[in-house]
Design a protein around this ligand. Sequence first.
Ligand SMILES: *Cc1c(COP(=O)(O)O)cnc(C)c1O
Length: 411
Amino acid sequence: MTLIDRDRAVLWHPYTQTLTAPAPLPVARGKGVWLYTEDGRSILDGISSWWVNIHGHSHPKLNAALASQAGELEHVVFAGCTHGPAVELAERLIEILPKGLARVFYSDNGSTAVEVALKLALQYWRNLGEPQRTKFITLHNAYHGDTVGAMSASEDSIFTRAFSTMMFPVERVHGLDHMEQRLREAGDSVAAVLIEPMLQGAGGMIVWPAEFVAGVRRLCDEYKTLLIADEVLTGFGRTGKMFACEHSGIMPDIICLSKALTAGYLPLGVTATTSAVYEAFLSDDRSKTFFHGHSYTANPLACAVALASLDLFREEPVLERVSRLQQQLRAGFESLRVRGHVRVIGGVAAVELASDKPGYLDGIGPRLAAAFLERGLLLRPLGNVVYFMPPYCITESETAWALEQIVEVLR
Ligand SMILES: *Cc1c(COP(=O)(O)O)cnc(C)c1O
């Protein structure tokens, strides 16, 4: 039996309709931007393995950090215990995060980082004696994850519809004027505004101007509510700055990080916040405690790899690579303007193809994915939105090759 046969007998893959999906790629090894399959194919990872990988697969320095940490301490309960990697990573993150973010809460992935942010915001207001602040304002086309709170905050879509009975209502807005109108109407009932700064990912690779993010900050100040920035995708250089909030020079009250945090090695989530939010939880009254935690909170292996990834940002011109990649993507996607709306930011390029049935279910997505794969390029179009988001370590000639495949297939 092949690996695929055995997989088909026992496994269930994410976001996959097994009845119609092509067989999964049997990946044996990875190196740099390349995946090597069991049956001898080389495939360029054009989606950074679901947007997590930034320095390439099986990186020697990250491997060494992981092995070394495994020899010291693989894991320990994080309630009542602490360890070097967790402390050092928090210190290093606070150094590089927008100024004012001063406390790090760990969890396991992007969805949990968002759940923690939502729960922190609600309890923050309750602890301050404003329990009526329970509403969340989010954006249309948002995607914040697949757990219930993160789903509730995401756009109402085919991803979430079957679960509508378990979700809580949120206010979804379009643009600053609409947001201001809702904030005004809602009075003092808003707990937080939640956005993906600069780039909405799963909602269709939608790029926002820096002025929009600055405007959201201004509105949150004016209406005295919290701003949560979901940088699960955008954090660690993806949009060309270390964090997308830097494009507009703002500080959110809460930031969510995951994905590239461990350079694509291990699941880890961070929810970082200000001293003001943190201090609202300090009390003799134990009911003001933040009662949230996961078995693998602050996993030392994940923290150690995250630290090694931050070292690579210091030792190598990582952000310069993203900036060069952005230039090459801009030039390469130029010719695709005749096919649809082109958007490029940092290490992400997308073209939204004209379609009779736009959206995730547009049948063109799977057909294009198959054609790219045939040529050795792994892409997963979001319906009629074709995007390319490789690890930053991709070379100029590898990028040129991938762009050529994209242009030819779309032609
Ligand atoms: C991927 C993503 C999440 C969810 O992260 P998971 O690790 O997949 O749970 C949340 N927010 C944004 C913006 C994302 O892109």
